[in-house]
Every structure is written in structure tokens, then in C-alpha cells.
Design a protein around this ligand. Structure first.
Ligand code: AMP
Ligand code: TRP
Length: 345
């Protein structure tokens, strides 16, 4: 196989209410990976419109998410930050992949089933085809590593299935055109650490989510110290003190969630957190947790608020990032056209 360059790609939807789950499960890890990889971080606005978005709000959310990336520590000079709709190759490659993927594969996607619910006849075609676009996002850059939260695991498996089927279906052409045995890499998901699935503060069995009706279910990146303190104070717990070891967390989803959040905030394991707080009452633990969360999120929220004011700067980051991204994606698209047998200039 021709040597494939290691590259990180990930995307976040600009749908507002960025929360602690997005930060600990994804964006914090994006920041860490910058030291070891060339990274591309994408504001996936084409994914957002699989459900209705008010246009003015969408514009605001694209800029706010870009500000969040930068405020959290992503460096848009050394790495690439852009919004998806500025690089047409995403949608173009997604079409090819929707002809590679099988209905049966997409029918198994649990996120689609959850989002569509009982209203299957009335959701957009885009919501169903969404994983093909996600595969195109990643494979337009032939990315080898994708950091995401646990909820995206199935979509990454599908991305590998699409890459593999494309490589197999066109194996002879791929070889004849000098790409070796395979054109697309089988991308590795990067899902690890204590906060790959941060749960709602109101219900330890439900994921923390942008769309939860209760703002008390999540800590937003823009919450101030008072809001963070209030939300942790009200967070659901059980009546027992914290256990001393991890095994005992298993039947206690709310305790497990708060311990995981604390661990991720201070870069410790859950076991290390329990070694410190085992036997403590939740009231004391919640105070410590609030202090850590405020220390981490306070400066991020403040910087986000400052950056979103400067729309000229934000838009310039996105345009510049898109120009650099397009160069890579255009090369891939040319190769894909040749592999498929399309005639081109
Ligand atoms: P989304 O907001 O759906 O675009 O998600 C952006 C990133 O945040 C993805 O990598 C998700 O897997 C991750 N993410 C979203 N919600 C959570 C959560 N509750 N816990 C951990 N990661 C999450
Ligand atoms: N589907 C992801 C989510 O909802 C967002 C996303 C779109 C993504 N394209 C991607 C994540 C490519 C990683 C790589 O969270």
C-alpha cells in the first residue's frame, strides 16, 4: 500500500448549546492531538441542516463554534479550521459514497432511529444519508484518526465499511492508477478516557445533549461561575457517600458521571479521583467539582464571548481554513473521479 500520511479529522455540528460533553468528549482531545498530528477540525454546517435550522441562528452558531474551537486552544494557523459548506468536495464525495453504502447498513444506524423516532416518514432524506456525508468528511482528507465521543462509534465503523467497499469494488482501477492496494485508509476512531459519554445532570442514564429541553441537564461552555455552581448543586445523585473503588460505581450512574467529569477535568483516572474522595459526601465533592469546572471553563467562556464579537476575524479563519482544506480535498476528488471512470479536465 502506498504510504498514507497520518492525519486527524473531526467535526462538530453548529447547533448551539455547546456543553461539557462536547468539550471533554471531543474538543479537549482535539486540542491535545495537535502536538502529534496534522489536524483538520470542521464546523459541520451541512450536517446541521439535516434538521431545520433558522438561517440567522445557524450563522451565529457557526461563528460561535469556531470561537469555541479557538478559545479551547485549537491553533488555526498550524492546523486547519473551517466550515464544511465552503468545501464543495464534501457533498460531492458524499454522493459517490451514497452509491457505495447499502440501504441495509444505514438502516442499522441507531442515531437515525433515535432522531427519527416514530416520525420516519417525515424526516429529511439527509438525516438518513448523514453517515455517508460523515464518511466523505473524513475520507476527503484520507484521515487516519478521528477523535469523537462514544455516540459516534457506529458512524466510524460505517466509514470503514464504505472505505473498504470502495477499495474492493475498484481494486483493479486503484492498482492500475498507481495507488497501490487501497486508496482510502481504514480510519481509527480515538475514543478513550473517563468522559467519552458524559451524561445529563438530571438523569444519569441519558446523554448530556444540546437539545435537552432542560438547561439544568448540561453545563454550557458559556455558563458563568454561578450557573455552574447552581447546576452541579442541583445535579441528581444518590443518597450514599462516594465509593472507594470503581467497581461500586457501576450501579450508580449519577455518581459515575460526576466522577468521570471530575477525572477528565483534572486529567486523572476515575480510580485516582475515588482514592481522593472515597467516603466523601456529594456536597463536598460537588464543591470541588464546581471549583475545577469553573477554573477550566471560566477562561474558555470569556474568550469565546470576546472572539464572537470579532466576526471579521472568525470569518477570515474559516475562509483561510477552507482554502487550505479544499486543496487537499480537491486532490482526493480528482483521484476518485479517475477511479470511478468519470471524464474530467
Ligand atoms: P455534536 O454536538 O453531536 O456535533 O457532537 C460533537 C462531538 O461531541 C462528537 O465527537 C460527539 O461524540 C461528542 N459528544 C457529544 N455529546 C457528548 C457527550 N454527552 N459526552 C461525550 N461526548 C459527546
Ligand atoms: N456526526 C458527528 C456528530 O454528530 C459530527 C461529524 C460530522 C463528525 N462529520 C464528522 C465527527 C467527521 C467526526 C468526523 O457529533
Amino acid at each position: 500500500m502506498a504510504a498514507i500520511q497520518e492525519r486527524v479529522f473531526s467535526g462538530v455540528q453548529p447547533t448551539g448549546n455547546l456543553h461539557l460533553g462536547n468539550y471533554l468528549g471531543a474538543i479537549k482531545r482535539f486540542v491535545e492531538l495537535q502536538a502529534r498530528y496534522d489536524c483538520i477540525y470542521c464546523v459541520v454546517d451541512l450536517h446541521a441542516i439535516t434538521v431545520w435550522q433558522d438561517p440567522e441562528e445557524l450563522t451565529r452558531n457557526i461563528r460561535e463554534l469556531t470561537a469555541a474551537f479557538i478559545a479551547c486552544g485549537i491553533d488555526p494557523k498550524r492546523h486547519i479550521v473551517f466550515n464544511q459548506s465552503q468545501v464543495a468536495e464534501h457533498a460531492e464525495l458524499a454522493w459517490v459514497f451514497s452509491c457505495v453504502a447499502r440501504m441495509g447498513w444505514l438502516n442499522r444506524m441507531t442515531q437515525f432511529k433515535e432522531k427519527a423516532g416514530k416520525d420516519r416518514e417525515n424526516v429529511s432524506v439527509g438525516l438518513f444519508a448523514y453517515p455517508c456525508l460523515m464518511a466523505a468528511d473524513i475520507l476527503a482528507y484520507r484521515a487516519t484518526h478521528v477523535p469523537v465521543g462514544e455516540d459516534q462509534k457506529q458512524h466510524l465503523e460505517l466509514t470503514r465499511d464504505i472505505a473498504q467497499k470502495f477499495n474492493n469494488d475498484f481494486a483493479a482501477r486503484i492498482k492500475a492508477l498507481g495507488h497501490g492496494e487501497a486508496y482510502f485508509p481504514l480510519t481509527e476512531p480515538l475514543i478513550s478516557g473517563p468522559a467519552t459519554r458524559v451524561m445529563s445532570l438530571r438523569d444519569g442514564t441519558k446523554k448530556m445533549s444540546k437539545s435537552d429541553a432542560s438547561d439544568y441537564s448540561r453545563i454550557n461552555l458559556t455558563d458563568d461561575a454561578d450557573a455552574i455552581a447552581q447546576k452541579f448543586k442541583k445535579a441528581k445523585t444518590d443518597p450514599h457517600p462516594l465509593p472507594g473503588d470503581e467497581k461500586e460505581l457501576e450501579q450508580r450512574p449519577e455518581a459515575e458521571n460526576l466522577v468521570g467529569i471530575y477525572a477528565a477535568l483534572v486529567d486523572h483516572t476515575k480510580a485516582e479521583v475515588l482514592a481522593e474522595f472515597g467516603g466523601a459526601q456529594f456536597s463536598r465533592f460537588k464543591e470541588a467539582l464546581t471549583e475545577r469546572a469553573v477554573a477550566k471553563l471560566g477562561p474558555i467562556g470569556a474568550e469565546m464571548k470576546r472572539l464572537v464579537q470579532d466576526t471579521a476575524y472568525i470569518d477570515q479563519v474559516l475562509v483561510g481554513g477552507a482554502d487550505r482544506a479544499r486543496k487537499i480535498a480537491a486532490e482526493t476528488m480528482k483521484a476518485v473521479k479517475d477511479i470511478c471512470g468519470f471524464v474530467r479536465a
